[in-house]
Design a protein around this ligand. Structure first.
Ligand code: SAH
Length: 249
């Protein structure tokens, strides 16, 4: 089993593959000024098993295109959407976020939670700009420093994982340079990490460890996750996900 297959097995049973919550989605929907007064076309990029797509479909009058490059997550999303009674509002698309087969001005909303880092925030928000209608809104979450300075251990960790990690003011400047106008910004609260993500993730890590007790690859994946979780718990005053809501000016 290669690492991608392992990560799919670890994350597929989860309702989300990154931190977040219903409350956070609601807050982002409000900041974005979205309601069900008109039909919206929404792209959820890096949708995973569909936490955001399924909830947006339930709350809004929307036609949602849920995009991910891992088809097992899309299969799981379809099962979950059906169980939630919103499968009629969601279409899945297996595609890379770096090469999306969209037309210019196709969407009222581009939503992307915990995923844009895969291509880099600056590249992602620039590339996706043209897919929005004029006045359309981008909702994107991104790992963000909460302070100008921080302890060496967490600074080294995130710079090694993702050299684009930065403070919100730098991310907002990138959005502005890409042509967006900021509507609002907030950071994920602690329960979005702990109850909503790490608790179920640790359960799945235990399941995987039990299933493959002798696998070196499994042990390595689990240890890497344990380290990241421990660092986030220690340094949560210094780093979180920021949620950025911006309109196509
Ligand atoms: N938005 C979901 C999933 C976040 S995890 C949630 O918040 O729960 C990041 C997701 O991005 C994963 O599902 C992963 O498969 C997807 N992804 C990573 N690189 C990608 C790429 N290049 N193109 C499309 N999807 C990608």
């Amino acid at each position: 089993m290669n690492e991608i297959e392992l990560l799919i097995e670890l994350y597929r049973p989860m309702s989300r593959q990154g931190p977040g919550s219903h409350r956070t989605l609601e807050r982002a929907v409000d900041l974005a000024g979205l309601d069900s007064s008109r039909r919206l076309r929404i792209a959820d990029i890096g949708c995973g098993t569909g936490a955001a797509s399924i909830e947006l479909a339930g709350r809004l009058d929307a036609k949602i295109l849920a995009v991910d490059f891992l088809s097992p997550f899309l299969d799981e999303l379809n099962v979950r959407a059906q169980a939630a009674g919103v499968d009629g509002a969601i279409t899945t698309l297996e595609a890379s976020m770096e090469d999306l087969p969209f037309e210019n001005g196709q969407f009222d909303v581009i939503w992307s939670e915990g995923a844009v880092y895969n291509m880099g925030f600056a590249a992602g928000v620039s590339a996706w700009y043209r897919f929005l209608k004029p006045g359309g809104v981008l909702v994107v979450s991104e790992i963000t420093w909460l302070t100008a300075e921080r302890p060496r251990e967490i600074d080294d960790f995130w710079n090694g994982e993702y050299p684009e990690v930065d403070v919100a003011s730098a991310k907002i400047a990138q959005l502005e340079r890409a042509g967006y106008s900021l509507r609002g910004y907030f950071t994920l609260p602690e329960p979005d990490w702990e109850q909503e993500f790490y608790v179920p993730l640790e359960q799945q890590m235990a399941v995987l460890a039990g299933r493959y007790p002798d696998s070196v690859e499994v042990t390595q994946v689990i240890e890497a996750h344990e380290r990241e979780i421990a660092l986030q718990r220690t340094y949560r005053d210094f780093v979180s996900y920021g949620v950025y809501v911006a309109t196509k000016a």
